[in-house]
Design a protein around this ligand. Structure first.
Ligand SMILES: Nc1ncnc2c1ncn2[C@@H]1O[C@H](COP(=O)(O)OP(=O)(O)OP(=O)(O)O)[C@@H](O)[C@H]1O
Ligand SMILES: [Mg+2]
Length: 240
């Protein structure tokens, strides 16, 4: 099992945000996470990554069978975890090209990927500094793929990205996942990424709990049609 979360509850600033979460993911699987604003999706990803400020009050997280509750972020990165932020930070004084060379020693791979993601002209700029919203998202994906992460945690990868660039990012992401046998947990509001990624399972998070599981495209169509209210009222057998 790639990821196993057992009875996880998480607090931030003394407030309980995640409540008794259970989740399992196999290797080479893509899981789509839906849920209204403020339901706890980003908190889940940040807790898996080990960000400070998110305190596990109950439960356990395992990656490849190893309990990671108390591991620092760098150890989690060594286990293959990688995050694409909802709001990526800028790194003043560090060129994107320098970071790329640090993450990947093969210059051909860097050049090929930067051209695929239309980032050739950004390599000589400071990482994410004054990048447009869409450029920042492409830069995040660029870094993550160069890093070679086995398990990608993607927080709204298509937010603020135009249709054409969603297609570019979606294809780059899909070929990375498929060709290298990688896994991903992807948060999406717009559902656009579902057109490019083969994801078998999806789940809805509401008020810090997992609510429903199902086929991601079907779930998204239902959310689009009736909003999250139907999820609340849902009595489907998959209700958690
Ligand atoms: N460090 C923190 N301190 C206090 N409250 C927090 C903290 N982090 C998150 N929260 C609160 O926890 C709730 C869940 O936040 P989270 O960012 O996980 O939501 P989300 O599902 O990712 O929402 P969105 O779709 O808007 O990105 C929100 O009410 C948020 O204000
Ligand atoms: Mg969020």
């Amino acid at each position: 099992m790639l990821l196993e979360i057992k009875n996880l509850s998480v607090q931030a600033s003394g407030k309980t945000i995640l409540k008794d979460i259970n989740l399992s993911m196999e290797k080479e699987q893509v899981l789509i996470l839906f849920g209204p604003n403020g339901s706890g999706k980003s908190t889940l990803i940040k807790t898996i990554m080990g960000f400070s400020g998110y305190e596990i009050s109950q439960g356990e997280i395992f990656v490849n069978g190893e309990k990671i509750n108390d591991l620092p972020i760098e150890e989690r990165v060594k286990l293959g975890l990688g995050i694409m932020y909802q709001h990526p930070p800028a790194i003043r004084g560090v060129k994107l090209a320098s970071l790329a060379s640090f993450l990947c020693k093969n210059e051909n791979v860097i050049n090929e990927l930067s051209s695929k993601l239309s980032l050739e002209n950004h390599l000589k700029r400071d990482v994410n500094l004054s990048f447009s919203g869409g450029e920042m998202k492409r830069s995040e994906l660029f870094q993550l793929i160069l890093q070679g992460s086995d398990f990608l945690l993607l927080d709204e990868p298509e937010s603020g990205v135009d249709i054409e660039n969603i297609s570019i990012m979606g294809k780059a992401l899909n070929s990375y996942l498929e060709q290298k046998g990688k896994s991903a947990l992807i948060i999406t509001h717009t559902g656009y990424i579902l057109d490019y990624i083969k994801a078998k399972s999806g789940c809805v998070m509401m008020d810090g709990r997992f609510w429903c599981v199902g086929e991601p495209k079907e779930m998204f169509e239902s959310i689009k049609k009736s909003g999250y209210q139907t999820c609340k009222e849902c009595q489907c057998p998959q209700k958690k």
